[in-house]
Design a protein around this ligand. Structure first.
Ligand code: CA
Length: 192
C-alpha cells in the first residue's frame, strides 16, 4: 500500500526539482546581534521553473509572506533572546526549500550619538529615530536633531526608500575605521 501511495504522489507532480534559497542578510555565521525589532532580512531564491512564493517564520512566534520571490526581503518581529528565522521558497508543484538564520535580539536603552561613539569597539548600542543627513552606496550618516553630533552608519541591509531626512533606528555594534573614524555597523530600520 505504501508503495502504491508513493507512485500516485509522484505521478501527480508535474516536476520534482526543489527551489534553492539563501539568506544573504544577515550573513555572519548564522548569528547576528540585533537591537532593532522588527528586524530586516533578505536574500534570493531560484527554481528550475519559477519560485511562486517565499515565506518566513520565527520559532519564537510569527510568520508571513516575504516581499518578492527571486529577490525577497521581510521585516520580522523579534522576541528577546535567540530567534530562529526560517524562510521557505515554493514552486507551483509544491516543492519547498528552506534556509535559516539565528538572530539574537538584545533590547537596549537608546543612547545619544555621542554616547554611541564613546564606548569600546564591538559594544552593542541602540540609537533611536535619528535623521539621515547623507546617503552613499554602502553607508549613510545620521545626526542629532540639533546637528551637534553625527556618525557614519554601515547598515547590514540598505533599505529601499532610504533618503536624507528619513529617521532610522539603529541596533548593532560600534566599530572604528583604520582612519580612526567611529562608525556603527548593524541593522537599521526606517521609522518615518
Ligand atoms: Ca521546481
Amino acid at each position: 500500500m505504501g508503495d502504491l501511495d508513493n507512485v500516485t504522489v509522484r505521478g501527480y507532480r508535474m516536476e520534482t526539482v526543489s527551489p534553492t534559497i539563501a539568506i544573504t542578510s544577515p550573513t555572519s555565521d548564522n548569528k547576528c546581534p540585533a537591537n532593532v525589532s522588527p528586524f530586516a532580512i533578505g536574500g534570493w531564491a531560484q527554481d528550475n521553473v519559477a519560485v511562486t512564493q517565499v515565506t518566513w517564520s520565527n520559532n519564537r512566534g510569527g510568520s508571513g509572506t516575504c516581499t518578492g520571490t527571486n529577490w525577497w526581503d521581510a521585516v520580522v518581529p523579534l522576541q528577546s533572546g535567540q530567534n530562529s528565522i526560517t524562510v521557505a521558497a515554493r514552486d507551483a508543484a509544491g516543492n519547498v526549500a528552506t534556509d535559516s538564520v539565528v538572530v539574537t535580539y538584545i533590547p537596549g536603552s537608546p543612547v545619544s550619538i555621542l554616547g554611541a561613539k564613546s564606548v569600546a569597539n564591538d559594544t552593542n548600542v541602540y540609537v533611536a529615530a535619528r535623521p539621515v543627513t547623507a546617503v552613499y552606496s554602502d553607508c549613510l550618516y545620521i545626526e542629532e536633531e540639533d546637528r551637534t553630533q553625527g556618525v557614519k552608519v554601515k547598515p547590514l541591509v540598505m533599505p529601499a526608500g532610504i533618503a536624507i531626512g528619513k529617521k532610522i533606528d539603529f541596533g548593532g555594534q560600534v566599530k572604528t575605521e583604520t582612519s580612526g573614524e567611529h562608525y556603527l555597523y548593524g541593522p537599521i530600520l526606517i521609522v518615518n
